[in-house]
Design a protein around this ligand. Sequence first.
Ligand code: DCP
Ligand code: MG
Ligand code: MG
Length: 355
Amino acid sequence: MDKKRAVLLVDMDYFYAACEELRRSDLKGKAVIVGADPKGGKGRGVVMTCNYLARKQGIKSAMPISIAYRINPDAAYLPADFPYYEEMSAKVMHVLRGFSEKVEQVSIDEAYVELTGAVGSLDEAAEYAERIKGKVRAEPGLSCSVGVSFNKLMAKMASDAAKPDGIKLVRESEVSSFMGNMPLDKLYSVGDKTKARLESMNIKSIGGLAKANKMALLSEFGSIGIELRNYANGIDESALVENYEAKSIGRESTFEHDTSDQKEIEQELMKLSKEVAAEALKAGFAFKNITVKIRYSDFSEHLHSRGIKPSSGAEAIYSTARLLYLDSFERGRKLRKIGVRASGLMKYSGQSRLG
Ligand code: DCP
Ligand code: MG
Ligand code: MG
């Protein structure tokens, strides 16, 4: 663990509310709150998140919706649309996976990106962060904040300090100046209870915990006490846990005009197969299953699948997709849309030497 690491934590800004702003231009300049229905101030339930305008007024995540309503009854109150946020999240994760093979998604709106080996310094990692921000802003069109540091713990701490829409780099030599004076509950894994117990030991800040007597911590908390002290010193050797959210890769296209022209359809299938193969290759996936989706001009939809030998080549996809299409397509009926999907994805082994 001697090797210098470079890790990013990317966290979307006011995520659910930002997603709503993205699709509704009428929300511009308004306080936007996603959460329970306020029901004229009588509503139960809480604020899930809100945009920065609402935050300036004192509204925040987990606050009872009735209190938010008292603060600002004129805000836009919106119910959560999880499928839509998941879709936006997947787009963001897709961008991140374009920058590194090692990405760990930790929640709907945040992920670690390991850049160890890909960059020679944290300054270079910060340049990656800049490029990631630019890409995410272009498509799907959202803003995020990025912590840049030498491990996961510090990247996460840094990302909080980067909010909103910023980048914060924290070097090993800067740990104590960066977080020494922060309150204890800003530290990963310190909640209200642990904070109270630490305070009863006369430890009042992260910096205090960093220098606290190890034996005293051991006797109060057991080995977790030492772990907490390590965190306070910015020490965290945990590796990224890779997760492959995308269990399938698919592409669809809608024809300019509904068509039953076999040539045109096969050309489109070829194009889609190439796109799916290119994406699978980029992500380092092979797959075992191909699905073709056909939507006829009357909007009826048909799915047909077939297993193949693990592959990620465009030819293998196309030949299977074409067979599926020929098998199932009802001649003479016009197509509106066609799609190709590869699933049963498997990660290539022996690709990455990290971790
Ligand atoms: N969320 C929720 N309830 C909470 C906190 C969050 O439902 N108590 C949801 C809504 C958020 C999303 O999770 O949009 C991401 O949570 P974050 O903590 O990252 O908060 P935001 O992205 O909303 O804001 P920030 O800009 O502070 O990251
Ligand atoms: Mg967020
Ligand atoms: Mg988050």
